[in-house]
Design a protein around this ligand. Structure first.
Ligand SMILES: Cc1cc2nc3c(=O)[nH]c(=O)nc-3n(C[C@H](O)[C@H](O)[C@H](O)COP(=O)(O)O)c2cc1C
Length: 185
């Protein structure tokens, strides 16, 4: 049986991002028969609807990566109670034009890490609203909020919180099962 391919991307461009670290840690927590490849969104320009008919190469490349993946994993911080602008921008750009939108039907799981005690709970609900409109197959439970993120990694950015590792394992397990279920026949 072929490996299930998950594409991971994050809502933070910051060096030392806890959300990127979560994605890196997730690679080791993937269930057997699956693989996680991380994608860097830093080259996606600001969306402009005039570009719908001639998309920038960086956007085409991102869309292609989404299309080839069996599922998507997003880890994002919360910015002012919502989705970081460049992540929303990347989702908007990749969803255009509507006739060439790679997201509908694609299984997706989300995580958030934040220094606060809520762990980014609010961004997840805003993000779920967007993913719903994109017609993605969302995994709803377990909800992975990494609160007080600065206390949960060692100096090599290994996630040391066993409870969080276990939740992420469960989330990835469900994502991979969903992706396998909806593989094109
Ligand atoms: C512009 C901005 C807005 C922020 N707003 C929130 C917020 O609403 N809620 C929250 O929990 N943390 C907020 N934070 C703190 C981030 O959650 C924290 O910096 C987090 O570590 C960023 O994720 P990263 O480590 O992946 O870059 C904000 C940070 C920035 C830069």
């Amino acid at each position: 049986m072929e490996n299930i391919k998950i594409l991971g991307f994050g809502g933070s461009l910051r060096n030392g991002s806890y959300n990127r670290a979560l994605l890196e840690n997730a690679k080791d927590l993937m269930p057997e028969g699956s693989e996680l490849t991380l994608y860097d969104l830093k080259d996606i320009p600001i969306y402009n609807q005039d570009l719908d008919s001639h998309l920038p190469e960086s956007v085409k490349k991102f869309k292609d990566a989404v299309r080839k993946a069996d599922g998507v994993l997003i880890s994002t911080p919360e910015y002012n109670y919502s989705i970081p602008g460049f992540l929303k921008n990347a989702l908007d750009f990749a969803s255009r034009p509507p006739s060439d939108n790679p997201f509908p039907g694609k299984p997706v799981a989300i995580m958030s890490a934040s220094g606060s005690i809520l762990g980014g709970a609010r961004v997840q609900y805003h993000l779920r609203q967007v993913l719903g409109y994109l017609d993605m197959r969302q995994i709803y439970k377990p909800e992975v909020f990494l609160a007080s993120a600065h206390t949960k990694f060692d100096q090599n950015m290994k996630l040391t919180d066993e409870i969080a590792r276990d939740f992420i394992r469960q989330l990835l397990d469900k994502l991979v099962k969903e992706a396998r279920h909806y593989l094109p026949k």
